[in-house]
Design a binder for this molecule. Structure first.
Ligand code: NAD
Ligand code: D0V
Length: 310
């Protein structure tokens, strides 16, 4: 399998490193508008190949990406001091306007995996610009958010995160929705043990775990200026679900086509992923409060899409 990563910044290189050590692709092409930077990153990375399963990693342009199966997109503008989110979105839309057409020219059969933020908006924009079916344009969604949620929840419950099933859905970021009503350990629902779980009435204050998920993102940024390692590992899991035809369920950003009455926006929702991309969505029955939060998340998304020009 052949992969490409467009955008060799902190996130793109964390994805590249994670994919290399997990032997995700036979060949990985790294593309960046800053040619010297990406060549330097590749020079550094390939010196590690003698220590891992060998695969080909090279710097190139999109013209070198013929036959690529998955294109990961982390290209984007950095938010300027005091810049509004809408301004950043519009700048990223302009980047995508040039980029997506070139990707489709050279990789017409690839699945697009969008990481650039705001990821749900950029996934929708990529899908429309590419003219691809929704199954072949995937956003990293809340895979990272959900991983942080499971990790912190599992710590509180003293279980392995792999034994705890809990999801965050909706918009990746501030309006995301923790699905407390479906959180469980081996089928034992937290909401059956403590009906107030996730609410301020919960004596165990488990709602703090969700606040920590969002705060962690801001705290990491404040401490190290960016985040990279966890999103690198998360994105690699999404790519492996595709390349290994795993039928794995992950909360990726997908086009909502009527589920929960939501249309024409991309939101994070549990999806079955395999070699074809998104095979199907896993329908969640949500509590009334979660349903309203998801509807609000969809409204936030709709408003942003109505405000941008593309
Ligand atoms: N979805 C998530 O959970 C998540 C988590 C962390 C970061 N992110 C997002 O990932 C994106 C990348 O973050 P980063 O820290 O790597 O940023 P960065 O600025 O370090 O890297 C972006 C790279 O894109 C390149 N680039 C810009 N325009 C390009 C173009 N037209 N073609 C090719 N390359 C181009 C830049 O040269 C740069 O190297 C950001 O949008 C960030 O918000 C998402
Ligand atoms: O861990 C991060 N770091 C970022 C970041 C990385 C480099 S600069 C900012 C982050 C951190 C905090 C907020 C935030 N919000 C944001 C929203 C829309 C955008 F277009 C860009 C950024 N983004 C980017 C990002 O998506 C994440 S995950 C994240 C963010 C907010 C809430 C929960 C999670 Cl799990």
């Amino acid at each position: 399998m052949k992969g490409a990563i467009v955008g060799a910044g902190a996130v793109g290189m964390a994805i590249a490193y994670s994919m290399l050590i997990q032997n995700t692709f036979d060949e990985l092409v790294l593309v960046d508008i800053d040619r010297r930077k990406v060549e330097g990153e590749v020079m550094d990375l390939v010196h590690g190949i003698p220590f891992v399963e060998p695969s080909v990693v090279r710097a190139g342009t999109l013209a070198d990406c013929g036959g690529v199966d998955v294109v990961v997109i982390t290209a984007g503008a950095r938010q300027r001091e005091g810049e509004s989110r809408l301004s950043l979105v519009q700048r990223n839309v302009e980047i995508f306007r040039g980029l997506i057409g070139e990707i489709m020219e050279h990789c017409p059969n690839a699945i697009l995996l969008v990481v650039s933020n705001p990821v749900d908006v950029m996934t929708y924009v990529a899908m429309k610009l590419a003219g691809l079916p929704p199954s072949r344009v995937i956003g990293s969604g809340t895979v990272l958010d959900t991983a942080r949620f499971r990790y912190l929840l599992a710590e509180r419950l003293r279980v392995d995160p792999r034994s705890l099933h809990a999801y965050i859905i909706g918009e990746h970021g501030d309006s995301e929705v923790p699905v407390w009503s479906r959180a469980n350990v081996a089928g034992a629902f937290l909401s059956e043990i403590e009906p107030a779980v996730g609410t301020p009435d919960d004596p165990a204050k488990m709602f703090e775990v969700f606040e920590h998920v969002k705060n962690a993102a801001y705290e990491i940024i404040e401490r190290k200026g960016a985040t990279s390692w966890a999103i690198g590992l998360a994105t690699t899991q999404i790519a492996r679900a595709i390349t290994r035809n795993q039928n794995r369920v992950l909360p990726v950003s997908v086009l909502m086509s009527g589920l929960h009455g939501i249309e024409e926006v991309c939101l994070a929702y549990p999806a079955v992923l395999n070699r074809q991309g998104i095979d199907r969505l896993v329908k969640f029955s949500l509590s009334p409060a979660e349903e309203e939060q998801l509807q609000r998340s969809a409204r936030v998304m709709r408003q942003t899409l109505d405000e941008i020009q593309f």
